[in-house]
Design a protein around this ligand. Structure first.
Ligand code: 6PG
Length: 249
């Protein structure tokens, strides 16, 4: 891979998945330390799917977890499926099982979505209100997350911003329900205005199966994939990859 691409896109490639998730945990620790020192808290938006499971488990390991002041960590969920918390598909359940249940967070700093399997429109409205109440901003100010963790789908989606879905065009709301025709389901997702205002956006992606879409996303024409619309407008964007997914770069 050309050095210039690695530098311009801030790409880090790790030997394998274990090295990738270990490095992502180290980045979390560093960014948490900086944020807590500067602003007294570390506000995160955590992603679902399968890739981050190893990251969450690594972060929960004693020798890593002990390096984070969890009492100052705030957790939001970047996106969710419209399923009950008890579902194996639930991002909140996965993140809770792999991380939140294992570290000493203050419960009032973890913001769950109300019944994602109920009325998605209302759930999105409720969660957006929760975000407004937490960030307490005025006018058109946007919330700024310190750690916005994102994955990459094999169709180039990220969060629950899928190709052709209405939420791609959302420019004002912070969190919306999103009809995803290709899944025949409704998803709940943070929108681009909020994602792109983050201090740190971290794409965590791995696996040979996504090498082609990653190459297209990073080197192909813009505007083809939802993940290409993620821009660090007020912070830094990191691509944290393993060698398999980076093999076509
Ligand atoms: C979700 C995620 C989604 C995920 C990608 C990659 O709710 O599924 O937020 O955006 O990050 O689909 O998923 P995998 O890590 O399982 O490949």
């Amino acid at each position: 891979m050309q050095t210039s691409l690695m530098e311009t896109k801030n790409i880090s490639v790790f030997e394998n998945y274990d090295a990738l998730v270990a490095a992502t945990a180290d980045l979390f620790v560093k960014l948490a330390e900086d944020a807590i020192k500067e602003r007294g808290k570390f506000v995160t938006s955590l992603s679902g799917g399968s890739t981050p499971k190893g990251f969450y488990s690594r972060l929960a390991e004693k020798e890593i977890a002990s390096r984070v002041d969890w009492s100052k960590v705030v957790v939001f969920f970047g996106d969710e499926r419209t399923v009950p918390y008890t579902s194996a598909e639930s991002n909140q359940r996965m993140i809770t099982e792999h991380l939140l249940s294992k570290v000493a967070l203050n419960r009032e700093n973890v913001f769950a979505l109300s019944d994602p399997d109920m009325d998605p429109k209302q759930t999105a409205i409720d969660y957006e209100r929760t975000m407004h109440e937490f960030f307490r901003l005025s006018g058109d100010e946007l919330p700024q997350f310190d750690f916005m963790l994102l994955g990459l789908g094999d169709d180039g989606h990220t969060a629950s911003l899928f190709p052709g879905s209405p939420a791609l065009a959302e420019t004002r709301r912070w969190f919306v329900d999103n009809q995803v025709e290709q899944l025949n389901s409704v998803r709940l997702t943070t929108t681009y205005p909020v994602i792109n205002n983050s201090r740190n956006i971290i794409f965590l992606a791995s696996g040979k199966g996504k090498a082609g879409v990653l190459k297209d996303v990073l080197t192909g024409p813009e505007g083809k994939y939802p993940s290409q619309n993620v821009k660090a407008e007020n912070g830094k964007l990191y691509w944290y990859l393993d060698k398999d997914i980076a093999s076509e770069l």
